[in-house]
Design a protein around this ligand. Structure first.
Ligand code: HEM
Length: 419
């Protein structure tokens, strides 16, 4: 049995504090008041609707990411218990992904993957990212309508194409890879809350797995530069990745790298357009772009929360979290914690000491952070350079119903251009 009311405050069963409300349209549009209430009223909160603890203070989020177990992928038995044994293939892929492992299995996988993804390799991608961004903007300008959907026209294809190149698969496959990974991301963002939706992702996972196994087989005959080949040849102390591990981690890298980067670009553009003085500051000083990207990641974090399991009975914020209970660490709430960030609801592109939680913390700190930062920086540099005027339209904005991965369904903009 899970405790419902918190022994310390008696408020743990306050239904209005449930993260479940993230599906309410007004909370989805602006979750930060809910996060503020959680942080101030019940920072280590038992959410009876999600059957999980919800942790919202910066320091507590770090403790959870640092000390708690990441081994939370649902097992095939879990799906059997749900009456959906056919979903087992999803579990078999997830348990091989680094995101869902603890040391020593995680350390082994990450150290085998690390040589495939060094900052030096990322630097090589810089010119390509710049060219892809320029081509996408050329396409928008060629239409000559003065209007665009920043999401569909730029923020989705940019990471999708970059990811295909990074993996070393044919670039023309980026559309289907994007489709499959969007379906998988829908589950990753929501699975603690909506296990029923898992059946929908089954075919995406099967397609992705088959695709990567075929790519591995093709590259055995004809190697191609990229992450797949690096995974295939990585060796640490005689240890190699199996084909299943390569496919599973190509999937997590691809999914992890697309939706989030897309959302960094659109959420970031929206934040800038809602803060014209900050946008003007950035236009006046391109040197501010790297710190602006960090602040945009803090302010509207693309990955709002993640989950862990308590390794033992643990005391946190005066509450006892029982061994194996689920804990949702809300990075986006920690990123607005006034104990850590002065005036946290203010967008300040020059903010110093900005060690935000948007890429997570500790062992699972985002594997692709150097690439994400580079893509974000190039995207904003190019957008501001090529579009001297950018403006929101009066069309309403809708957020995706994905609790973990925060992003818009579309971002219609008008522009004035420099060709
Ligand atoms: C703005 C873009 C991105 C954001 C906000 C982001 C966020 C995150 C976060 C929060 C985690 C940790 C999750 C946890 O601890 O449970 C993570 C892990 C990960 N990310 Fe990213 N990510 C981004 C881009 C990328 C890119 C471009 C790639 C690949 C090229 C990538 C690949 C991964 C992988 C493989 C992991 C798992 C690392 C591990 O478990 O050791 N991410 N990311």
């Amino acid at each position: 049995m899970h405790p419902v009311a918190s022994p310390a405050t008696g408020r743990g069963d306050d239904a209005s504090l449930s993260l479940h409300h993230l599906l309410d349209p007004e909370v989805l549009a602006n979750p930060y008041p809910l996060y503020r209430r959680l942080r101030t009223e019940d920072p280590v909160h038992w959410d009876p609707f999600l059957h999980a603890w919800v942790v919202t203070r910066y320091e507590d989020v770090i403790t959870v990411l640092h000390r708690f177990s990441a081994e939370r992928a649902p097992s095939p038995e879990y799906f059997e218990a749900l009456g959906a044994p056919e979903v087992g293939p999803i579990a078999r892929v997830m348990v091989k992904q680094m995101l869902f492992m603890d040391a020593p299995a995680h350390t082994r996988l990450r150290s085998l993957a690390a040589p495939a993804f060094t900052p030096a390799r990322v630097r090589v991608l810089r010119d390509r990212i710049q060219n892809i961004a320029a081509d996408l903007i050329d396409g928008i300008l060629a239409r000559g309508t003065g209007r665009m959907d920043l999401l569909a026209d730029f923020a989705e294809p940019l990471p999708a194409i970059v990811t295909a190149e990074m993996l070393g698969v044919p670039v023309e496959d980026h559309v289907k890879l994007k489709d499959w990974s969007a379906t998988f991301a829908q589950m990753l963002g929501n699975f603690q809350h909506n296990p029923d939706g898992l059946v929908d992702v089954l075919s995406a996972v099967e397609n992705l797995t088959a695709y990567f196994h075929a790519a591995i087989a093709a590259q055995r005959k004809q190697p191609r530069e990229g992450l797949i080949h690096s995974f295939m040849t990585a060796e640490v102390d005689g240890d190699r990745l199996t084909d299943e591990e390569i496919a599973a981690n190509c999937i997590v890298t691809m999914v992890g790298g697309q939706e989030t980067t897309t959302n960094l670009i659109t959420n970031g553009a929206l934040s800038l357009l809602r803060h014209p003085a900050e946008l003007a500051r950035l236009r006046a000083d391109a040197g501010l772009v790297p710190s602006a990207v960090e602040e945009l990641l803090r302010y509207e974090s693309p990955s709002q929360h993640t989950a862990r399991l308590a390794p033992d009975d643990v005391m946190l914020g005066g509450k006892t979290i029982r061994k194996r209970q689920a804990v949702i660490a809300v990075m986006a709430a920690g990123n607005r914690d006034p104990e850590r960030f002065p005036d946290p609801d203010r967008l300040d592109l020059g903010r110093s000491d900005n060690r935000h939680l948007a890429f997570g913390w500790a062992a699972h700190f985002c594997f692709g952070a150097p690439l994400a930062r580079l893509e974000g920086q190039i995207a904003f540099e190019e957008l501001l350079r090529r579009f001297p005027v950018l403006a929101l339209t009066d069309e309403p904005l809708f957020w995706r119903e994905n609790l973990g991965l925060r992003g818009l369904k579309a971002l219609p903009l008008t522009y004035g251009a420099r060709t």
